[in-house]
Each structure stands twice: as C-alpha cells, then as structure tokens.
Design a protein around this ligand. Structure first.
Ligand SMILES: NC(=O)c1ccc[n+]([C@@H]2O[C@H](COP(=O)([O-])OP(=O)(O)OC[C@H]3O[C@@H](n4cnc5c(N)ncnc54)[C@H](O)[C@@H]3O)[C@@H](O)[C@H]2O)c1
Length: 437
C-alpha cells in the first residue's frame, strides 16, 4: 500500500518505519530540512531504541523514503497519516496550526481517493474540523479517520509492532476507510484482533482519557508520598500493598519528581480545556495537573531544605535530563524545571544524561555544564540529584560519589537507591516519600 506519513518526529518516524517493515511503500514527509537531510545521510534525528536498524533495513529495501516535498508525498498516497505536533497553547488548549496546515495541503495535493488518518493527539471535534477544511476546499475523495497513537517513547518500536489495541474512529458506513485501515493493520493483528472501532469523537477522547488516567495515578501517588513523609510511612510499601490488588494493578504508581514529557502535561490540560468549553467540570483532571505542577518543585524544595534555604554559589550535580529513560526527549522534563529553579536560586549546575546531552545543550546553552561522563558532573558539587532512572545510574560507585562531592547529599527523586543503606555510608539520603527521607 502507498503510505504517506506527514511529520517525521517521534510518532511519524516510528509509524512510517513500522508500516515499511510490514511491506508497505512509505514516504515520510517533514518540513524540517535538517531532519530530512540527516535521515538522507542515514542518521536518525531522535534516540529511540531499535529504530535505527529498522530504518536502515527498510531504506535499503526501498520501502522507506524521506522528503521535504510534502505535496509530492501526498499526491499518489492511498493513506496519509498526520503525525505533526500539537503543542499546548498558553491557555492549555492544543495548538492545531500544523494539523490545519496539513489538511489544507492534502486538499490541494491529493490526486486520488484516499484516507487521511489523524495520528496526532487532537481534541474532540478535530476530525469534523478537518472534514470542514477539506469540504471548503472542494475535496470529496478524502475519507477522514481518527487513529490516536499510544506508543511510549523508549519502547515505541515494540509498542507499534505489538500494540495493546488499535483505536480507530471511523464512520460505520464508510466502507472504503474501514477496509483500507483493516488491510493496513492486518499484519499487526494476526495473533489476535486488536482493532477497537468507534466513532471519531470517541477515538479522539479515548487518547486524552487514557493519558489523563495514567497521569492521575502518578499525581495521586505523589500526594500519598508527601503524606508518607509526614506520618513516617514508606511509599514503596504502600505502592506494593496497593498495586498487588488486581483491581488496581502495579503500573504508574511510582512516586517521583512529577510527570513530564511531550504528552501527559499537554494532554491533561487539553482535556481540561475541552471540558471547560462544554461547561463540564473535570475536577479530577484539574487536580491531577495542579498536583503535578507542585510536584515538579519537590526536588528544589528538598535541596533548599538540605542547605538551610540558601543554594547561592552551590554547585548541584544532576543525573538524568530526559523526561524518562531510553529517550532523548527533554520536553517538559522535571529535570529542566529543577535546573531552571536551581539557576534562579543562584546555584550552579552540572548535568549528565546518556542520550539527551545534545538536546540539553541546545535548550540550556552555556548556563549549565552538560558533561559527557556522569562522574564528571560531581566535581565541586555539594549534592547529587538523580532525576531520571537510566540503568547506568542504578548501582553507581557510591565511594567515588562520596569522594567527589563536597558534602555527601544525595537526592534520589526515583527512590531507586534507598535500599543501599546510604545513610550508614555517611550520606544524607533524601528520597520521595521513603522512610527517613
Ligand atoms: N511523542 C510521543 O510519545 C507521542 C505518543 C503518542 C502521541 N503523540 C502525539 O503525536 C503527535 C506528534 O508527536 P511527536 O512527539 O512525534 O512530535 P515531534 O515534534 O517529534 O514531530 C512532529 C514533526 O512534525 C513536523 N511538522 C510540523 N508541521 C508540519 C507540516 N505542516 N508538514 C510536515 N511536517 C510538519 C515537525 O517538523 C516535526 O518533525 C502529537 O500530537 C503528540 O501529542 C506523541
């Protein structure tokens, strides 16, 4: 099948490569010339485990191409995926400028009956909005379908190839679109039926509800972590005690520095915004966001407390800048909030990340020393903060850390070091909701 994917970012690249891997003829089109030039040189502009060899294999097999010529990529495509960004506006709503621009381009450039698939996360009503744009342009042969993406950065290739479910919002009477989507996804549904069909509005809402529910679990546990500290309980034990209840399950119950990334924060606020527009109170989602805003300050509050309120002139080492392990994505990362807070307090920062150093240098400039070796971040530092739980940070050389730090303060924002008895080794150990922290 001739597939066009518009937007070659985290979602577009994985989607395009995944469909090429299952034998389709795929063109990924992106306006960013540097990104496409890198892809032409065989470089993958993002870090996503397992993606690079898959791209290479499919480019060599002639099934995957990249271009900045969006019109040409659209012209003969049977199916066009929209995977452009939908970042938050200042009022919390999703910014649909790129989505609208793509709809207009499709209206102008398509030369055949085709299906336009909305993979970007978009608010309820966007499917109808895109149809209006197409109708206004006099286009009648484009079928519009909503197919929200649920991949997780860091495990995106696996999520694409083995999805829990494939949500497709499609008019029940649109046989053309249903048949095409069924054929396209058939290789991913061989072991079991995974497509959940529904109306476009329900599909659009499903994505936001899923992310908000996951975010809600995290915010709830972050509040419980604060209560644990107040009553000398341990959030680890509470998490295990609660998560082993099969009605609840163990995932997304980890207390930490607040959720970040390019999805949860913006999707929660976009859902709140949609509800507000329809005069529907969404108190739990609103509280989820408010708790997270507060939680993103927890590391700075703990550090200030450890240094009697004064961080001026102190150097703080930060391990982990990406919003989670196995990605180089630093969008809305709690580490960035911490670093900016430290700088505002007059502290100096040395930071390390296995994959996100380049993005961090671009974002933070000279204000922060971004170093390529994790132990180099410790030189002259008064404390070490573990923000992102990359594997290489999980059992480090604590003797070396103690020798390098000017004062032995460890803030473990992921609660992964608390079992090492670091207090007995002479450290001041701080966690999030763990006993003694
Ligand atoms: N990143 C994730 O984990 C994830 C998961 C599920 C859903 N989503 C959703 O998928 C969408 C894309 O997210 P992402 O993280 O891949 O974004 P991204 O910023 O990594 O990529 C978007 C790409 O679209 C390109 N683009 C923008 N306007 C364009 C246009 N008019 N024509 C061609 N290309 C254009 C940009 O240059 C960029 O390369 C968003 O709506 C996001 O909410 C993201």
């Amino acid at each position: 099948m001739k597939v066009c994917v518009i937007g070659a970012g985290y979602v577009g690249l994985v989607t395009g490569t995944g469909f090429a891997e299952t034998g389709n003829d795929v063109v990924c089109a992106d306006l960013a010339e540097d990104k496409v030039a890198a892809l032409h040189r065989g470089e993958v502009p993002i870090f996503e485990p397992g993606l690079e060899p898959l791209i290479k294999n499919n480019v060599e097999g002639g099934r995957l191409k990249f271009t900045t010529d969006v019109d040409a990529a659209i012209a003969d495509a049977e199916v066009i995926f929209v995977a452009v960004g939908t970042p938050p506006r200042a009022d919390g709503a999703a910014n649909l400028m790129a989505v609208d621009a793509v709809a207009e381009t499709v209206a102008k450039a398509t030369r055949r009956e085709c299906v336009l698939v909305m993979k970007s996360t978009v608010p309820v009503g966007t499917n109808a909005r895109v149809r209006r744009i197409l109708e206004h342009a006099g286009t009648t042969k484009v079928h519009v379908v909503s197919n929200p993406e649920f991949l997780k950065e860091g495990d995106a290739v696996n999520d694409f190839m083995r999805p829990d479910r494939i949500v497709i919002g499609c008019d029940p009477e649109d046989e053309f679109a249903r048949d095409l989507m069924r054929r396209l996804y058939h290789p991913l549904t061989l072991s079991s039926e995974r497509i959940v069909w529904m109306a476009p509005a329900s599909a659009e809402l499903t994505k936001y509800v899923a992310n908000t529910m996951l975010a809600m679990r995290i915010s709830f546990m972050n509040e419980i972590a604060a209560l644990c500290e107040a009553v000398n309980a341990d959030v680890h034990d509470v998490r295990v005690g609660v998560g082993t209840d099969t009605r609840i399950g163990p995932k997304f119950l980890y207390a930490g520095p607040g959720y970040g990334g390019s999805c949860f924060p913006k999707d929660v606020t976009a859902l709140i915004h949609v509800a507000r527009e329809h005069n529907v109170p969404l108190d739990l989602a609103t509280a989820t966001d408010a708790v997270n805003q507060r939680q993103k300050g927890v590391m700075l509050r703990k550090l200030k407390q450890a240094f009697e309120g004064d961080l001026r002139g102190k150097r703080i080492a930060v391990w982990g800048i990406a919003f989670k392990p196995r990605t180089d994505d630093i969008r809305e990362s709690p580490a960035i909030t911490l670093i900016e807070g430290l700088l505002a307090e007059g502290a100096k920062v040395s930071a390390h990340d296995p994959e996100a150093c380049e993005n961090a240098r671009q974002r933070l400039g000279d204000a922060v020393d971004v170093v390529d070796n994790q132990y180099d971040a410790l030189t002259g530092a008064s404390a070490l903060v573990l923000v992102t739980e990359w594997r290489q940070y999980q059992n480090p050389d604590f003797e070396r850390i103690k020798d390098a730090l000017e004062t032995p303060v460890l803030l473990d924002a992921r609660n992964i070091w608390d079992t090492y008895g670091l207090g007995k080794q002479g450290f001041t150990y701080l966690g999030i909701g763990v006993r003694g922290s």
